[in-house]
Design a protein around this ligand. Structure first.
Ligand code: NAD
Length: 266
């Protein structure tokens, strides 16, 4: 029960990694405010939670929505201790020599500005909380293996996620004086809806995409299984907890070894 008495906010909470994180934080005692544009999914999560999870509709591309989310969570919870800025989707898939300025902006708004605004509007509600005295005030941002190198994702997505890593470092230096830690998580390929619903994978390729992610043993990943949302939620819970009280401005790579590559066959 590492989060007993703590108030947490999670974006992108209705599905995949966000949903697993909500359930993990709530299972260890947090009161979780779960935010998403998917109202049906978010409401279902809250309804099954015995009051431990509240759903708040929030489109993270809208700063006013994020401000309202953080204000509402703080008003009901008495403040905020933990924030998981996680909502996201695939963004514009075009290469750099074809991308439209609007597609670039849309991707940055969804994946980078959203995280900046999440920190911006949560931090004032975290200052002065008891959790700031013992390493328990924590912001975790979802980056990706796409931030580790080129070739893991479309261009705009990769750049936005690399931006999340640097934002994490800069925000950590801004907020350390208040006892608020800021870290990032870099998932590898995780079996969620992102590969079928929101990565704008062509309809004909959706089943193949899901099969590849579900069975990474067929691909160059040392841990020969698909990553699951719970693999990431466990790491997020660690970063959110006092166990990680000396960690700030850094990231955790949870990718089954994808980025180190496989052992040579010869
Ligand atoms: P997912 O599609 O299962 O969940 C994403 C959630 O975000 C959905 O519930 C969706 O409704 C919500 N969302 C999308 N746009 C939103 C918006 N504008 N405002 C609020 N909510 C919004 O996907 P996931 O894999 O769980 O993705 C979560 C995060 O993890 C994303 O930031 C993604 O980029 C990142 N990520 C995923 C993987 C992976 O392999 N699945 C790898 C690296 C990083």
């Amino acid at each position: 029960m590492r989060f007993a008495g703590k108030v947490a906010v999670v974006t992108g909470a209705a599905s995949g990694i966000g949903k697993a994180a909500v359930l993990k934080l709530a299972s260890e005692g947090a009161h979780v405010f779960a935010a998403d544009i998917d109202e049906a999914g978010g409401q279902a999560l809250a309804a099954a939670s015995n009051g431990r999870i509240d759903f708040i509709r929030c489109d993270v591309t809208q700063p006013a929505d994020i401000e309202a989310l953080m204000n509402a969570a703080a008003a009901k919870g008495g403040g905020i201790d933990i924030v998981f800025n996680n909502a996201g989707a695939g963004g514009d898939r075009a290469p750099i020599d074809e991308i439209a300025p609007e597609g670039w902006d849309r991707t940055m708004d969804l994946l980078l500005k959203s995280v900046a605004m999440g920190i911006r509007y949560a931090a004032p509600h975290m200052k002065g909380r008891p959790s700031t005295k013992n390493g328990g005030a924590s912001i975790v941002n979802t980056a990706s293996v796409a931030a580790m190198g080129a070739g893991y994702s479309p261009t705009a997505y990769a750049v936005a996620k690399a931006g999340v890593l640097h934002l994490t470092k800069v925000a950590a230096t801004d907020l350390a004086q208040y006892g608020i830690r800021v870290n990032a998580i870099c998932p590898g390929f995780i079996n969620t809806n992102i590969f079928t619903e929101s990565l704008e994978v062509p309809e004909a390729s959706k089943d193949a995409a899901k099969a590849i992610i579900a069975d990474m043993s067929a691909h160059a990943q040392p841990v020969a299984r698909g990553g699951q949302p719970e693999d990431i939620a466990n790491a997020v819970a660690y970063l959110a907890s006092e166990d990680a009280g000396f960690m700030t401005g850094t990231h955790m790579l949870v990718d089954g070894g994808l980025t180190i590559g496989q052992r040579h066959a010869w």
